[in-house]
Write a protein that binds this ligand. Structure first.
Ligand code: DQA
Length: 153
């Protein structure tokens, strides 16, 4: 487990959401549900807090921004929960950046990507992930944080 400078508290969990996830609640509610990204962050913060971890949450529609955040996270976080959105299926650059912090990763997808178009069936992130939560709606973020803490502790 990675700790803060004083060595007393665990380093925070990094929660990353990729492109278009800022529109949760509005975008295709029949696929992604009616909860918003703020609801996701609140659920994740509550779950992490219950387990004794802080949470750093960020969402971006810009791939380079997410890659920069992963570079900056090295040495400062305990683990990563990520919903990479469509970059899951396209981005070697994101996959390369995800290994840089050298911490456990849990991949989350709100929808069951395997019930959807064939292009959503491949993930560049899954081979790097300690675990994957797919098709559990936004509860998946809670499950992912609980599992991440089991892996990290
Ligand atoms: C998603 C699934 C992806 O295929 C899609 O591009 C998303 C959201 C999900 O949470 O179900 O943006 O990652």
């Amino acid at each position: 487990m990675s700790t803060d400078a004083a060595g007393s508290e665990p380093a925070p969990i990094l929660l990353l959401n990729g492109p278009n996830l800022n529109t949760l609640g509005v975008r295709q509610p029949e696929v992604y549900g009616s909860a918003t990204l703020a609801d996701v962050v609140e659920l994740a913060e509550r779950t992490a807090g219950e387990l004794g971890y802080g949470l750093r949450a960020a969402q971006t529609n810009h791939e380079g921004q997410m890659i920069d955040w992963l570079h900056e996270a090295r040495g400062n976080i305990s683990g990563i929960v990520i919903n990479p959105g469509a970059w899951t299926h396209t981005s070697v650059a994101l996959a390369d950046a995800l290994v840089i912090p050298e911490v456990p990763i849990i991949e989350v997808h709100i929808s069951n990507v395997h019930q959807r178009e064939a292009f959503r069936h491949h993930s560049y992130v899954s081979p790097l992930a300690s675990g994957i939560v797919i098709g559990c709606g936004i509860r998946g973020y809670e499950f992912a944080i609980r599992r991440l803490v089991e892996v990290v502790d």
